[in-house]
Design a protein around this ligand. Structure first.
Ligand SMILES: *Cc1c(COP(=O)(O)O)cnc(C)c1O
Length: 276
């Protein structure tokens, strides 16, 4: 178990009023940044959805973000999903929302109402943890190989569910980053499209860790081009490959200019992480 989980109770539900206001201000600032970036890019208002990246945050902090308008959350680690899922689901139901995979949804991707808060996995998934996340998450954004997709497919079929999948692509080529090689992405996406129990919903990338905005934008633009080629291929199971999950605290404006449909934001909502 990851060390930080020993010194923070992630299931904690009660936070200080001041902390709750700080998080609400963060959410409002991010929603304003998204709206301005949409406008500047000539995109329709509301075409970019905000996913709150909630790693290291407890249930109370995440609910403060939801109360301030967050309507999608993403966790990195299966252990954190497990630690928070019950508390979050209960607090969401009290507010009239459903969260993640609901008990009555045989098909986890089908519930798309304004009262549903999708729960995504955005961090690396080891195959022995698939069973931990499938009861909870609607979509796994961090599928970076056909092998992992096949394993998720088998587990989903066994459970009689459909799991949303984004193919994560390492557009920057940085060694430290996960994601498949861009040169193989289209072929892998087309294969994922044929797997039972999965719905290929789009692509995901993490922006290059550099100062040069042109380099960051190039990676995002390439993700969009790859998505367009996958859609244009007309191959079976690729027709819903619309999402572009790209853009974080430091580069969301660049990502929105390049067509992002989901920005994954942690720091700008919750503040700096005290631990990784
Ligand atoms: C932490 C994380 C984010 C959010 O990063 P911030 O810079 O804190 O906004 C987005 N995507 C992934 C995969 C992450 O792990």
């Amino acid at each position: 178990m990851t060390a930080y989980m020993n010194h923070k109770d992630l299931a904690n539900e009660v936070i200080e009023d001041a902390r709750s206001r700080e998080i609400a201000d963060g959410v409002h600032r991010v929603l304003d940044r998204i709206a301005s970036a949409e406008e500047k890019a000539g995109r329709e208002a509301g075409s970019v959805r905000l996913l709150a990246a909630t790693k290291t945050r407890d249930v109370g902090e995440i609910m403060a973000a939801i109360d301030a308008g967050v309507r999608m959350i993403g966790e990195n680690r299966p252990q954190e999903v497990a630690a928070k899922a019950d508390g979050l689901a209960k607090r969401c139901v009290e507010r009239g929302f459903t969260l993640g995979v609901t008990a009555d949804a045989a098909d986890s991707t089908e519930v798309v109402t304004s009262a549903h808060i999708p729960f995504h996995l955005i961090g690396q998934l080891q195959s022995n943890k698939i069973g931990k996340v499938l009861p909870v998450v609607n979509t796994i954004e961090s599928v970076d190989s056909l092998d992992l997709a096949e394993k998720i497919s088998r587990r989903a079929v066994a459970r009689g569910i459909t799991v949303g999948v984004l193919l994560e692509i390492n557009e920057s080529g940085e060694e430290s980053k996960s994601g498949c090689d861009p040169a193989h992405a289209i072929r892998i996406a087309q294969k994922i499209g044929t797997l039972d129990g999965l719905e290929l919903q789009g692509l995901m990338t993490i922006g290059a860790h550099v100062d040069d905005e042109a380099v960051i934008r190039r990676g995002f633009a390439h993700l969009r081009k790859t998505r367009d080629l996958i859609l244009a291929s007309g191959e079976p199971g690729t027709g819903n490959c619309h999402e572009l999950s790209m853009g974080m605290t430091g580069d969301m404006e660049l990502a929105i200019a390049e067509g992002s449909t989901i920005v994954r934001v942690g720091t700008a909502i919750f503040g700096e992480r005290a631990f990784i």
